[in-house]
Design a protein around this ligand. Structure first.
Ligand SMILES: [Zn+2]
Ligand SMILES: [Zn+2]
Length: 326
């Protein structure tokens, strides 16, 4: 059994209410920032050094409420927003990256992400990106009338990803986050997205797992329209093994609650996907020419396929990020 390390976060997760701001460790705080996905919020983490400089990890969804929650959290931590030196993104989903560029721009901070995350947006205009997304969904077998019902519109993307562009600091596996006096490094953990990263805070023995490992939700493992041929599940299995090595450390995920028991949780996630793979193989044995769309419709969904489709129809294509499949 994994063990929650924050009773109030776990209670809030069960009650589907907003958890409280928390100090996680010395010079580390978590700030819940609201987002319109079923998970309700994203934990932004503030990592500071002894002279008050700090970085924000995953500033969350871009909205006036989210921004004020984040700024209130920074003040509550006793930090001065003028001392924000950088913003780090675990991955490009809008409940993580949404507010990142505007926050970094407003504070003259660098913005760091893995280059594979930048590539989703790089060198492509908004309309071209949307056409690429539509073509990808069509190739997965999604009916065109369903695609038309999804809010793949420029104004929607602009709201989800305001100011998005290539980041000005690329972080690779093993890189150190440039915050003086602190030992924080990057673990590349592809699977949930191609360039997903986790962070290791060696000073406080914390693993910031983004959406790679959550205590209860099984993160969606999928491909993006710019790299449709990735073997995302194989990548994910390798990434689970890589991060499980920090089993003795406390896990700080982007959703739900903090916990201990990383290796066990990684095993459970792997087992879930193996079981899920069997379900897919069985469906393919019956219908070898079935599209991804047809197979997905026939799988077991925790909240039902219709509920998932409602989220999709609401325009949150990236709710793939939080879709738990049982
Ligand atoms: Zn997320
Ligand atoms: Zn995500």
């Amino acid at each position: 059994m994994i063990e929650s390390t924050s009773a109030q976060q776990q209670e809030a997760s069960t009650a589907r209410s907003r958890p409280a701001f928390e100090q996680v460790a010395e010079l580390v705080w978590s700030v819940p920032v609201e987002c319109p996905f079923p998970v309700g919020f994203t934990f932004s983490y503030l990592l500071a050094n002894s002279v008050g400089q700090f970085v924000v990890v995953d500033p969350g969804w871009s909205s006036p409420t989210g921004r004020s929650q984040l700024m209130a959290g920074i003040a509550q931590a006793g930090l001065d927003s003028k001392s924000m030196v950088g913003v780090v993104i675990t991955h490009f989903h809008p409940d993580h990256l949404g507010a990142a560029f505007e926050l970094a721009d407003a504070h003259g901070a660098w913005l760091a992400m893995h280059p594979l995350e930048s590539q989703f947006f790089a060198d492509v205009g908004l309309n071209e990106l949307i056409e690429r997304e539509k073509a990808f969904l069509l190739s997965c077998g999604m009916p065109s009338e369903t695609i038309d019902g999804v809010l793949l519109r420029p104004e929607h993307y602009s709201r989800m990803f305001p100011g998005v562009r290539r980041s000005n600091l690329e972080i690779h596996h093993g890189a150190a986050i440039p915050l003086a006096g602190r030992n924080i490094t990057v673990v590349w953990t592809p699977g949930h997205t191609a360039g997903h990263v986790c962070l290791l805070d060696h000073d406080s023995r914390l693993v910031l797992t983004g959406d790679h490992v959550l205590p209860r939700i099984t993160p969606n493992i999928g491909v993006e329209s710019n790299q449709p041929d990735r073997d995302a599940l194989a990548e994910y299995f390798t990434s689970l093994e890589a991060i499980a090595a920090w089993d003795a450390w406390e896990v700080c995920p982007a959703h739900e609650y903090r916990f201990r028991g990383l290796a066990e949780r990684c095993r459970d996630l792997r087992d879930h996907h193996l079981e899920r793979g069997l379900e897919v193989r069985t469906a393919l044995a019956v219908n070898p020419r079935a599209t991804a769309w047809v197979i997905a419709k026939g799988l077991t969904w925790s909240r039902g396929w219709e509920v998932w489709m409602l989220a999709l129809g609401g325009g949150f294509l990236c709710s793939l990020c939080v879709a738990s499949c049982r």
